[in-house]
Design a binder for this molecule. Structure first.
Ligand SMILES: [Zn+2]
Length: 472
């Protein structure tokens, strides 16, 4: 029978195997496999717990405890129970459970009480074994567990049925916001498809409000995945109730945004994992930040290497950013260059935008075209519509992924084949265009892609970019 327990990993708990063997020698417990002080101190907790529970350690044998894999340095708050149980089974003081493998995670008090370690919630992948032992907890777990009040319950634990209902997830209340029809359409496209978007244009056109409104109508997270978002937010000392919406200020350092440091730690892009990252005044951020966004936007993760250690952190988020097109804010494409005061400075910013930075975004929305005067659609009704669209996508294609995660080659465009633009150089643009095309049809609850969808997708994912690129 294999015995498993858990050690702290950089963002959560990781399974280890516990082996116990009795060898001749002085009676003591000897650890192998790089344990830290807390683990070594478990010897005293186990000795005391055994004494109070009427168990004994072998009188003339050494107990060797090996933690596999042995090369990892280990710290853990819940190995006590696994080691104690392994000794009891090995010395046949307690019959072994009828199972190929068991997992145990619990702390022992000196009197033998079994306690739930305070990082128990970081155990988000259900154990591979049916038999998982831990302390008796007040909260309902989301997978089945066997609980013990005291070490003496080891042969007779209480079975507690797990349920996904135990995972609490609550969408924040929607604020009373109103939008024009074109703004409402944009919010739907971005929220339903989860396509990264840049909002560019003069100040006071509602770019930031639109970005936040989009994040609020994203779909509910799958419950299991939400557990991993919660785990990350606990690492940052926060409690997450729904998908994360992270909006760092543009003065944030690259270290705080991306992660790193001598002892590597994750940054805001990992805190936004599973939700939205809103970057207001995108051009004001350190250029290193914009550069570093490339990897997470492609792979949904961030690799940090420092002093020979390579760490990979999850960082899959919807990127929503805003910017003025020039420092004075007056510049608008296709109008005469009306910048006051420092036109050369304004032009230099435009050139900055038109560089490879635009590649980070699938959509470019120009805010001077929004008609933000006619505020006639409430955020509540946009939310209701997005729920209908999610149901439509699920019903017609059985799809739970967002369109941004689709394989573009699998999108059926036969109905508009002769209308599709030619893509000579940028595969990334082509892929973004096809996915957005599917989203626009979905938002009109249409299974077939129509010519009007091509026109809209072309504008938001290609021609708007060209309008900016041809400026500077
Ligand atoms: Zn200007």
């Amino acid at each position: 029978m294999r015995i498993y327990s858990y050690i702290r990993d950089h963002l959560g708990l990781r399974q280890v195997e516990v082996e116990v063997s009795l060898v001749s020698g002085l009676p003591k417990i000897q650890f192998l496999g790089l344990p830290d002080t807390v683990i070594k101190e478990s010897v005293y907790r186990i000795q005391s717990a055994f004494k109070h529970s009427g168990y004994t350690l072998p009188r003339n044998k050494q107990v060797v405890v090996n933690l596999k894999p042995s090369y990892l340095k280990k710290n853990s708050r819940g190995l006590d129970l696994a080691i104690a149980a392994a000794i009891l089974w090995e010395t046949e003081q307690v019959p072994k459970p009828d199972s190929n493998s068991v997992a145990l995670y619990g702390e022992l008090s000196l009197k033998g009480d079994v306690l739930l370690p305070d990082d128990f919630e970081d155990l988000i992948d259900p154990p591979l074994t049916q038999k998982f032992y831990t302390g008796s907890s007040v909260r309902q777990p989301y997978f089945d567990v066997l609980t013990l009040k005291n070490l003496t319950d080891i042969s007779n634990p209480t079975w507690v049925e797990g349920s996904e209902d135990a995972i609490e997830c609550r969408r924040p209340e929607l604020p009373d916001l109103w939008f024009s029809k074109s703004q409402a359409e944009l919010i739907q496209w971005m929220a339903v498809g989860e396509h990264s978007a840049l909002f560019a244009g003069p100040p006071g056109t509602g770019k930031t409000t639109l970005a936040h409104a989009t994040a609020l109508v994203l779909k509910d997270p799958p419950k299991k995945e939400f557990l991993s978002y919660q785990k990350i937010s606990r690492h940052f000392g926060q409690t997450l109730l729904w998908r994360p919406i992270v909006a760092p200020h543009h003065t944030s350092t690259p270290l705080a945004m991306i992660g790193g440091g001598n002892i590597p730690r994750p940054g805001d892009i990992t805190r936004a994992h599973g939700g939205a990252l809103i970057l207001d005044e995108f051009l004001e951020f350190d250029p290193k930040v914009s550069e570093a966004l490339r990897e997470p936007l492609e792979n949904g993760q961030m690799t940090i290497s420092r002093a020979g250690r390579v760490m990979t952190y999850p960082a899959k988020f919807l990127l929503l950013a805003t910017t003025n097109l020039c420092p004075c804010g007056h510049y608008v494409p296709e109008r005469n260059f009306e910048c006051r005061g420092r036109p050369r400075f304004c032009l230099s910013l435009l050139q900055k935008i038109s560089g490879p930075m635009l590649d980070r975004f699938s959509m470019l929305a120009l805010s001077h075209e929004w008609n933000s005067q006619e505020q006639e659609v409430s955020l509540k009704s946009i939310f209701d519509k997005t729920q209908k669209i999610y149901n439509f996508i699920l019903r017609t294609r059985g799809q739970t992924l967002s369109n941004a995660d689709l394989d573009p080659d699998g999108i059926c465009v036969r109905s508009v084949e002769n209308l599709l633009p030619e893509f000579k150089d940028s595969f990334r643009r082509k892929n973004a265009f096809l996915k957005i095309l599917r989203t626009i049809a979905d938002c009109e609850l249409s299974e077939i892609i129509k010519p009007s969808h091509v026109e809209k997708a072309y504008k938001i994912s290609i021609s708007n970019f060209n309008r900016i690129k041809n400026l500077g």
